[in-house]
Design a protein around this ligand. Structure first.
Ligand code: PLP
Length: 231
């Protein structure tokens, strides 16, 4: 299967899942998680109509940017972002999805101010309270959102999550619904219902994520094939 065929198949599944819950597939943004895939693969996905490409390694993204890999599609940063690499990401991407600590939030504000821009971001929720994962704890999200609201060079557009990889389908569904509820809550209380994005769902669970309210899915393997990590 080609990248274009994979994207078409995923689109059909997105549509079907959206319809099940009375929504339209047109309202769901498909982000191609293109890590470990080269510029040619990115261009192929863009030619096939992918909505957005998402990268999660700064070095790889910087190299592919220099290679014009993302021309014709918005670019999101979706991976763990270290504070010392903020300078290489702010102003380079349309949306930083993975803002999961107040320290990172403040660093992004500082860099965006320096560049005189407003950087769009999502707040990442560590919904499974996993030690090894970044993201705000569910209980800390409202406070982070309130802080972000005071920062003039950062604009929160919604939330993002990666539930625990070892969850059963039922457990995963509970996590997804919790994030949806958190989103609705901060959107109402802090953002006048102006937030737009709930980014959740990957190759293995994007249909369930849509059923739970996601409108932005990040799909890697199911579009680009298996990734082979060097040992
Ligand atoms: C790689 C990645 C994905 C996509 O994962 P797949 O299981 O390959 O679809 C989604 N989100 C993030 C943050 C990723 O790093």
């Amino acid at each position: 299967m080609s990248i274009a065929e994979n994207i078409a198949a995923i689109r059909a599944r997105i549509d079907a899942a959206a319809r099940e819950v009375g929504r339209s597939g047109d309202d769901i943004i498909l982000v191609g998680a293109s890590k470990m895939n080269d510029a040619a693969a990115c261009r192929e996905a863009i030619a096939a109509g992918i909505d957005v490409l998402g990268e999660n390694r700064v070095q790889e993204m910087t190299a592919k940017l220099a290679d014009n890999a993302y021309e014709g599609a918005p670019l999101h940063f979706i991976g763990h972002l270290q504070r010392n690499k903020v300078r290489q990401v702010v102003g380079k991407v349309d949306l930083i999805q993975s803002v999961g600590s107040e320290a990172l939030l403040l660093e992004i504000e500082k860099e965006a101010a320096k560049q005189s821009i407003v950087q769009d971001i999502l707040l990442e929720v560590n919904i499974g309270d996993e030690e090894a994962k970044s993201g705000f704890a569910a209980e800390a999200l409202a406070e982070a959102a309130a802080l972000a609201r005071t920062l003039p060079h950062v604009r929160v557009r919604g939330v993002m999550t990666i539930p625990p990889a070892d969850a059963t389908r039922e457990e995963n569904m509970v996590y997804l619904r919790k994030v949806q509820a958190l989103y609705v809550d901060i959107n109402e209380k802090l953002y006048d219902n102006k937030l737009e994005y709930i980014s959740m769902g990957m190759s293995g669970d994007f249909e369930d994520a849509i059923r739970a309210g996601s409108n932005m899915v990040r799909v890697g393997t199911a579009i680009f094939g298996q990734r082979y990590y060097a040992k």
